[in-house]
Design a binder for this molecule. Structure first.
Ligand code: SF4
Length: 762
């Protein structure tokens, strides 16, 4: 690996976007291996810790463990845990800066209530709690019990997520609630549930080191999951690493093969690959006959995807496709990994299931180094999926199944009548309900849809429809908090206890190592306060501490695929380096690394995995003469996290991020409309127009452009289409035009962000 020189000044980042892009993969490794060169993890010499606490990182789903250095019980610094089976002594820049982002002038420190003149003004907690309850009750009384909904997150510990969902549905009578995991992981959850009978990612991180063929589809772990990429780098089998991605991403640059597929050509490719494998008999007949259902129908179906069609529709050559097929056939342990490039698609569920189908056909499941493996996004997306009590009920149950409702009511010792018998609307359906005037109140916790929701201006218009908007967040400055009627100040990671579940199903503990600023409270404490104010405190008497709730969740998990009843409290999680579910009371297996389906028994009624498939659908928004380019969005750099609400609070992370918003465009496409490097350009879709800097690069192919998702303007452009099974937004395929800002007429007015808050404030 070549040596690189760290940037001398911040202006470097403003002028050397290309360097950053070309080297970010390398940069990530340098940051991981020599963090002090970048100003990370330096503890003032006058401070010597007197104790250490272990805590799971609160950014991404990798679930790294951090050692928090304490003095007099307060955090004074951190370093990555060396003996934790996830990160093995490493942390990415976000983890190193996890404490820094807590110290910010943008923190919400006191409850804020919008007064008669439209200003958010401080109130005490008692007033805030009473206002919350009165507001919920008033909306429900006027518009019906379903008219107040909640939108949560994958960023809170599992105990808080469970409390949030239980309070909203069982205590406050809400029916509709969802989480921002809809934006990243709903597709994988539905794909697994339909194919395996339960939302069950089968892998363990050791699989990165035990595969001889690793295929990444729509995934860029080099910057999105850098510690997991490091696990790939530790693989001593000299593996074939194949990246299927329209962009030449940082990961693609380091792969042994990069298939620069047409955007959304992935499903056609996967069906075509399956067809060739079947034609040649390169399948595991014994496994198929004994452990799966629906293979023969699938084999018939994929005959419609011969090689010439796949070449035509994917933009790949026959040689590239044949090479991929051969790698899968010749691999002894083939693993296929995906993230948002698959999930954030209008046909994401069937694409994820096409990956599952390939692994089933070739017997690449349940063995070391194998698996159809979805890498999650947020630190506790997996906790949200199992215990969020939104689209599924606590423990992966179904609200519409009477037996499940009875079980939960009995285990929680509550009246069964409090448990809704209908499924919740998904996130887009809730927003559609707002548009129709059926949802008149929203309680939003730890998420920022004004920035992150697809077709952002659509969300801004919806704000006008709401009678009461409550935002509960660490920061008072998010785009969504700025337009709330009531802001409840919350503690963040490091200021509260609980557990997260990472991508490989590992439950890890987070610790309170710092006091929250001002009057901010842990979300857990806020839920207790609101329950008392709403006169349903008695329902939650047993929910006294996060660890008490963990015990309740263990009880709720008994007999479920995610049974964790054998875990002996947080202390055991600390001692074992986290524990992967399932871990039932009868468990005697070693806990360090475990994958699912080693016994070839799936969670369906007949214990067989299902083949699921549908014909490929065309792009919902095709390019034409007016909008000739396809816009893809994705992660910008290793130092940025989602809407940057937290990462922008760190000077180090800001320095490691590109300043300004750059559009990746192929030089030939740029030349066709007279755009030079660093030109200001207008990017226009059917929904909006923004001004950005042109970055000419061949990392995107002809006819495609790319924008990082972190800038608040990007979702003014995206097109609100959704996967029909998961209802996940399809962020990566809208048609745009790109013109010089100096020469082209502005077709949709100036960037709308500047006028956004005033437009919606009442
Ligand atoms: Fe935290 Fe993810 Fe970075 Fe690990 S890779 S330190 S979990 S942000």
């Amino acid at each position: 690996m070549s040596t690189i020189t760290p940037p001398p000044t911040s202006t470097f980042w403003e002028t050397a976007r290309e360097w950053l892009h070309q080297r970010d993969g390398v940069l990530s490794r340098e940051l991981l291996l020599e963090p002090s060169r970048f100003g990370l993890g330096q503890l003032p010499s006058r401070l010597q810790p007197d104790a250490v606490a272990q805590s799971t990182c609160g950014f991404c789903s990798t679930g790294c463990s951090l050692q928090i250095h304490l003095k007099n019980g307060e955090a004074i610094g951190l370093s990555p845990s060396g003996d934790y089976p996830v990160n093995l002594g490493m942390a990415c820049p976000k983890g190193w800066e996890a404490l820094t982002v807590l110290d910010s002038s943008e923190r919400a420190t006191v409850p804020l209530l919008r007064n008669a003149s439209g200003q958010l003004t401080p109130v005490d907690w008692s007033t805030a709690a009473r206002t919350f309850v009165d507001g919920v009750r008033a909306v429900q009384a006027q518009h019906g019990p379903d008219s107040f909904a909640f939108l949560g997150t994958g960023q809170m510990p599992t105990e808080e997520l469970a409390f949030y969902g239980a309070l909203a549905k069982f205590g406050l009578g809400m029916v509709h609630g969802d989480a921002n995991t809809r934006q990243c992981m709903a597709t994988s959850a539905v794909a697994y549930k339909q194919a395996f009978g339960f939302d069950a990612p089968p892998f363990t991180y050791a699989d990165f080191e035990q595969s001889d063929v690793l295929i990444f589809i729509g995934a860029n772990p080099c910057i999105a999951h850098p510690i997991l990429w490091e696990r790939v780098m530790r693989n001593t089998l000299r593996p074939e690493i194949i990246v299927i991605d329209p962009r030449r991403t940082e990961t693609a640059m380091q792969a042994t093969q990069h298939l620069a597929i047409q955007p959304k050509g992935d499903l056609t490719l996967l069906y075509g690959v399956a067809n060739i494998l079947i034609e040649r008999g390169w399948i595991d007949r014994d496994f198929l006959e004994s452990h799966t259902a629906g293979f023969e129908e699938f084999a018939d179906f994929v005959r419609d995807y011969p090689l010439d069609r796949v070449v035509r529709e994917t933009g790949l050559t026959a040689t590239e496709i044949e090479k991929l097929v051969a790698a899968i056939h010749q691999g002894k342990a083939v693993s296929i990994w995906w993230t948002m490039g698959v999930n954030q698609s209008y046909q994401g569920v069937r694409t994820a299931q096409a990956i599952i189908n390939l692994c089933l056909m070739t017997g690449n499941i349940g063995r070391p180094g194998t698996g159809p493996n979805s890498i999650t996004g947020q630190c506790n997306a997996m906790g949200s999926r199992l215990f969020g009590n939104t689209s599924s009920m606590l423990g992966g149950r179904d609200f519409t199944v009477a037996e499940h409702r009875r079980e939960v009511a009995s285990l929680l010792k509550i009246d069964e009548a409090c448990v809704p018998s209908r499924s919740s609307w998904a996130y887009p359906e809730i927003l559609e309900g707002v548009r129709r005037g059926e949802i008149k109140g929203l309680w939003i916790v730890a998420t920022n849809p004004s920035h992150s929701w697809i077709d952002q201006d659509g969300f801004a218009a919806l704000r006008e429809q709401l009678d009461f908007l409550v935002v509960q967040d660490m920061y008072a400055t998010t785009e969504t908090a700025a337009i709330a009627d009531l802001v409840l100040p919350a503690a963040g990671w490091g200021e509260k206890d609980g557990t997260f579940i990472n991508s490989e199903r590992r439950i890890g503990v987070i610790r309170k190592v710092k006091r929250a600023p001002g009057q901010a409270l842990a979300d857990f404490a806020i839920f207790r306060l609101l329950a008392e104010a709403a006169d349903c405190g008695a329902m939650f008497r047993e929910w006294s501490t996060p660890e008490a709730v963990f015990a309740i969740l263990q009880r709720l998990s008994i007999g479920r695929p995610c049974d964790i009843s054998g875990i002996n409290g947080y202390a055991m999680l600390d001692q074992q380096g986290g524990i992967q579910w399932p871990y039932p009371a009868s468990s005697t297996t070693p806990t360090t690394e475990r994958r699912l389906f080693a016994d070839r028994r799936f969670f369906t009624a007949d214990e067989r995995a299902k083949f699921l498939f549908d014909p490929v659908r065309p792009l919902p928004e095709v390019c034409d003469a007016e909008y000739p380019l396809l816009l893809m969005t994705g992660r910008g750099s290793v130092a940025q996290w989602h809407t940057e609400t937290r990462t922008r609070q760190s000077a180090v992370l800001r320095k490691l991020s590109p300043s300004g918003l750059a559009l990746e465009i192929h030089p030939a496409d740029a030349a066709a409309v007279g755009i030079e490097p660093q030109d200001q350009v207008l990017v226009t879709s059917r929904r909006g127009q923004i001004t950005v800097t042109a970055f000419l690069t061949e990392t995107v192919g002809r006819g495609r452009v790319f924008l990082p998702m972190h800038d608040p303007r990007v979702n003014q452009l995206t097109h609100a289409v959704f996967d029909p099974h998961s209802r996940q937004p399809s962020y990566k395929d809208c048609a745009v035009s790109v013109t010089s800002a100096d020469r082209a007429p502005r077709s949709a007015g100036p960037d709308r962000l500047a006028s956004y808050p005033s437009k919606v404030l009442r």
